[in-house]
Design a protein around this ligand. Structure first.
Ligand SMILES: Cc1cc2nc3c(=O)[nH]c(=O)nc-3n(C[C@H](O)[C@H](O)[C@H](O)COP(=O)(O)OP(=O)(O)OC[C@H]3O[C@@H](n4cnc5c(N)ncnc54)[C@H](O)[C@@H]3O)c2cc1C
Length: 492
């Protein structure tokens, strides 16, 4: 049965964590969102297990982090053990992070993130439509036309393919996605365990003949193990034997198994992340790679934060549509680098020039820490513009203390003036102003701890610095805003 098409703003295909976040951020921007998923419910066990520092920071801006945080476990130390003995411990790349207050992974199963976003969307009157697949999608004048498994036809201005690694949206538009398979197969196990190993809240990489077992602390009394098997057929007993071999002379048994699965490493980045300013790919639909470094979910969440303010502002006519092209320009290079970083890591578990796989692995983690923590990602070559905005403590006028990130709003750009005088700038409605003084009673809030004294920063909704100037000469900010709000005809 085919019914009359319904016109909506954004159709989000897929209610995994990335689709859910896209839908939620779209609703914050007042977009009319329909999110559909072919499954009958969200993830309840397994899959991704960690939020990095940047994801936590971004989730704070949209008031999601505080509800998740108490359920997870803060972990920032990677250690190496061999022959039952402690070899080394590393956490400097977390501790030396500047401008953030969660210098650690938050170990927390993907199901927690999905459950919270599902509830938030229902509260915003955009519940996920379950048991509903998108079976076809095409570009039409003014947007896209999608056909659902129910026979309904949905017309929308935008379609977001957050439909996972086998993305129908990507396939429907013929976007190449060439997959590399390095023949590395892992078992993954979430369990409550009994062991005589001295339990510590570290990520532990065991050095045996190679380094084929990693132990990750998780929420509650759960633990996660990644075990490289390199064969397709194996049993839970085989996996436990391999863990015990790596931990020898310590012993481990399983008390309760929460999730047991396997994955063979696949690596790919979609050739295009967007088409015609109306079709976008995000999350696993756009990039897949090994889980080493815990970057899959985190990279997908950052895709959503990068994309949705652009769609929100383009749909609301605040910005010309060519802002949408910056999504692919910014996120595809990040995805390529993430695939490269996780690829080097996963291969290091198998190959080592000198037999010190586990130590090599942790050294690679350190070298690639900008991606692992999420804090090294920037848009643009150098300088403050394009870098992430640093968080710092502020005192509010009522005497209470907060952090500058809690004053940011994902629906707006923020002009931050660090000084006593407000510059004369003609600002569009999508820019809010916060004046940060350097002493009590000055500005909207004040701080003696901020790294941006006597400057003016224009900060994007996803908290990257768009432009900077001095207080005396704000021409660079005026020029940036002029360019941003003026449509350019770009040939594609
Ligand atoms: C088996 C497995 C194990 C994993 N293990 C780990 C791990 O140990 N550690 C780690 O960090 N990461 C792991 N990951 C990766 C991590 O789960 C993903 O990076 C993350 O889920 C990406 O989120 P996403 O929303 O982009 O895609 P997904 O979570 O895959 O969500 C896509 C959604 O789209 C829906 N969908 C697909 N096609 C359609 C359609 N045509 N119409 C409607 N809905 C559709 C699906 O039902 C699904 O809900 C694992 C992934 C898988 C698949």
């Amino acid at each position: 049965m085919t019914t009359q098409p319904d016109k909506i703003g954004v159709l989000v295909v897929g209610a995994g964590p990335v689709g859910l976040l896209c839908a939620f951020l779209g609703r914050l921007h007042g977009l009319n969102v329909l999110i559909v998923d072919k499954s009958s419910g969200p993830t309840v066990v397994g899959r991704a297990d960690a939020l990095n520092a940047r994801s936590q920071q971004l989730l704070e801006i949209v008031d999601v982090h505080a509800e998740l945080y108490p359920h997870g476990k803060a972990v920032n130390t990677s250690s190496v053990w061999a022959d039952g003995k402690f070899v080394s411990r590393q956490s400097t790349w977390w501790e030396e992070l500047q401008g953030c207050f969660h210098k650690h992974f938050l170990m927390l199963g993907q199901s927690n993130i999905e459950a919270l976003l599902v509830r938030k969307l229902a509260e915003l009157d955009s519940p996920v439509r379950r048991d509903t697949s998108v079976v076809a999608v095409e570009a039409v004048d003014g947007g896209c036309r999608s056909t659902l498994s129910t026979g309904e036809v949905i017309e929308s201005r935008f379609v977001i393919g957050a439909d996972g690694s086998r993305s129908l949206v990507r396939t429907a538009f013929g976007i190449p996605f060439e997959i590399t398979r390095p023949e590395i197969i892992w078992a993954v196990l979430d369990a409550v365990v009994d062991t005589d190993f001295p339990k510590v809240p570290d990520i532990i990489v065991f050095q045996a003949e190679t380094s084929d077992v990693a132990w990750i602390p998780r929420e509650r009394d759960l633990d996660r193990f990644y075990i490289r098997m390199d064969v397709k057929e194996f049993t839970l007993d085989d996996v436990v034997a391999r863990i015990n071999r790596a931990m020898h002379p310590h012993k481990l048994t399983l008390r309760e198994v929460d999730w047991f699965s396997q994955f063979s490493v696949k690596e790919s980045v979609a050739e295009r992340f967007s088409l015609d300013d109306k079709v976008f790919l995000a999350g696993d639909a756009a990039h897949i790679h090994s889980v080493n470094g815990g970057q899959g979910l985190n990279t997908g969440l950052s895709d959503a934060f990068n994309l949705m303010w652009k769609i929100g502002m383009a749909a609301g006519s605040d910005l010309p549509r060519d802002i949408l092209r910056t999504y692919e320009q910014e996120r595809k290079p990040v995805a390529l680098s993430v695939v490269q970083a996780s690829g080097v890591l996963v291969r290091a578990t198998k190959y080592s020039d000198n037999g010190t796989h586990a130590v090599d692995y942790v050294k690679i983690l350190e070298r690639r820490s900008g991606y692992i923590t999420g804090m090294g990602i920037r848009y643009g070559e150098d300088g403050l513009a394009g870098s992430r905005f640093f968080d710092f403590r502020v005192q509010n006028r009522d005497g209470s203390e907060s952090r500058i990130y809690s004053l940011l709003d994902y629906r707006y750009f923020t002009l931050l003036v660090f000084g006593d005088e407000l510059p004369h700038l003609d600002l569009p409605l999508f820019v809010r102003v916060i004046q940060v003084g350097d002493a009590p009673g000055k500005g909207d809030c004040w701080s003696d701890d901020c790294p941006y004294s006597n400057q003016v920063l224009l900060v994007r909704p996803d908290s990257y610095i768009a432009a900077r100037s001095s207080i005396a000469d704000t021409a660079p900010i005026a020029d940036y805003l002029h360019a941003l709000t003026t449509a350019r005809e770009t040939a594609r």
